[in-house]
Design a protein around this ligand. Structure first.
Ligand SMILES: Cc1cc2nc3c(=O)[nH]c(=O)nc-3n(C[C@H](O)[C@H](O)[C@H](O)COP(=O)(O)O)c2cc1C
Length: 322
C-alpha cells in the first residue's frame, strides 16, 4: 500500500484540491467511488488567522473522508506555521499540504502560490516553519516552473525534501500555462528520479491509461483533478484498471442520475439547501456533459433553486431520455 509519512492509502489515486469544487460532499463521493484520499480546497493562512468564517467552513472534513489533507497557502513563514496548526485543530485532517502552485494573479501578486517558485529562499523558510509546527505528514504542491521556459521543479523538489517534507506533488505545467496546453509528465518523473520521498503526479489525469503511464513511469501517486468533475466514477475505472480488472459497462442515465442525486443531496445536508443548490449547478452541468439529448435540460438545470426542483427535473429528463 502506498504511503505518505505514517499514512497508508488503499491505492495510489488521490482527488486533487480544487477551489470551489472539492468540498466535503464531493470528496466523500469520490472516496466512495475509489479515491484513496483527498485534500480540502486551498485555505488562506492569513484569513484563517483572522478568524475568517468562510475559510473555517472550508476546513470541514467528515469522518468517512479520511485520509484527507488540509491545504493552506500564504507567503509568511510564521503565519503559515500558526495557520497550519489551527487548520489541523479545526479540521482533524491527517496531513498538511502547502500550495506553491496556484497560478492566479490575485494569489501570485501577494507572493503566494506559484510565486514562491520564483522565491526559493522564502519558500524554504516557509516550509521549514510549517515543518517545525506540525507533527503530521507534510506535503508541498508545486508546478514544473514559473515562466513558460522555466523547468525548476527538480531544484524545488530537492529543496522541499531537504526541509523534511514527506511527499511532493508536481503539476507538470508552468505557472504561465495555467491549465492550458499539455502537462509534462516527463518533468514530474524527473523529480521522482531526483528525490527519495514519494512523488504525486498531477496534470491531465483523465483516463486509466493516464494513471498507469504515470505510475509505471515511477510516480507513487496520481492526482485526479478536472477528470473527476461530473465524473467521480473516474476513480472506479482507474482502480479497476490498476487491479487488472476489465472495464465495467458505461453507467446508464439512471445510474448517472442516482450518483448525481446522492452528491447534490449530500451538499444540501452539509451546506444548507440554498447555498448548496447555487453551488450545485456547475456540478450538474458537468455530470450532463456528453449525455445525449440533455442539452434542452441544461438551461433548466442551471436555474434550479431547491432539491425538490432538481429531483423533479431529473425525473422528467429520465422519462424523456431514459
Ligand atoms: C477549478 C480548479 C481549482 C483548483 N484549485 C486548486 C487548489 O485550491 N489548490 C491546488 O493546489 N490546486 C488547485 N487546482 C489544480 C489541480 O489540483 C490540479 O493540480 C490541476 O488541475 C492539474 O490537474 P488536471 O490537469 O488533472 O486537472 C485547481 C484546478 C482547477 C481546475
Amino acid at each position: 500500500m502506498p504511503s505518505i509519512g505514517n499514512i497508508s492509502f488503499e491505492n495510489p489515486l488521490l482527488l486533487g484540491p480544487m477551489a470551489g469544487v472539492t468540498d466535503s460532499a464531493f470528496r466523500t463521493i469520490c472516496r466512495q467511488e475509489g479515491a484513496a484520499g483527498s485534500y480540502t480546497e486551498m485555505v488562506s493562512a492569513k484569513a484563517l488567522l483572522y478568524q475568517d468564517k468562510k475559510s473555517r467552513q472550508l476546513l470541514f472534513i467528515s469522518p468517512e473522508e479520511h485520509p484527507c489533507g488540509v491545504q493552506i497557502f500564504g507567503s509568511e513563514p510564521e503565519v503559515c506555521a500558526q495557520a497550519a496548526q489551527l487548520a489541523l485543530e479545526i479540521s482533524g485532517a491527517d496531513f498538511v499540504d502547502i500550495n506553491m502552485g496556484c497560478p492566479m494573479p490575485k494569489i501570485t501578486g501577494n507572493g503566494e502560490g506559484s510565486a514562491l517558485m520564483r522565491n526559493i529562499s522564502q519558500a524554504e523558510k516557509l516550509i521549514r516553519a510549517v515543518r517545525q509546527a506540525v507533527q503530521v505528514p507534510l506535503t508541498v504542491k508545486f508546478r514544473k516552473g514559473y515562466e513558460a521556459d522555466e523547468d525548476t521543479c527538480v531544484e524545488f523538489g530537492r529543496m522541499a525534501q531537504a526541509c523534511g517534507v514527506d511527499a511532493v506533488c508536481v503539476h507538470g505545467r508552468t505557472r504561465q500555462q495555467m491549465y492550458a496546453g499539455k502537462s509534462d509528465l516527463d518533468a514530474v518523473l524527473r523529480v521522482k528520479e531526483a528525490l527519495s520521498i514519494p512523488v504525486i503526479a498531477s496534470g491531465d489525469m483523465f483516463t486509466p491509461e493516464d494513471a498507469q503511464r504515470a505510475l509505471q513511469g515511477g510516480a507513487d501517486f496520481v492526482m485526479v483533478a478536472r477528470g473527476a468533475q461530473g465524473d467521480p466514477q473516474v476513480f472506479r475505472r482507474m482502480k479497476r484498471a490498476l487491479e487488472g480488472l476489465p472495464p465495467e459497462k458505461e453507467p446508464t442515465l439512471s445510474e448517472k442520475i442516482a450518483l448525481m442525486d446522492k452528491h447534490i443531496a449530500l451538499m444540501c445536508q452539509r451546506k444548507g439547501e440554498s447555498r448548496a443548490m447555487s453551488e450545485a449547478r456547475k456540478h450538474i452541468l458537468w455530470y450532463l456533459k456528453g449525455v445525449r439529448g440533455a442539452k434542452p435540460f441544461k438551461l433548466e438545470f442551471s436555474h434550479v433553486n431547491t432539491l425538490a426542483e432538481f429531483r423533479a427535473l431529473c425525473q422528467k429528463m429520465e422519462q424523456q431520455l431514459g
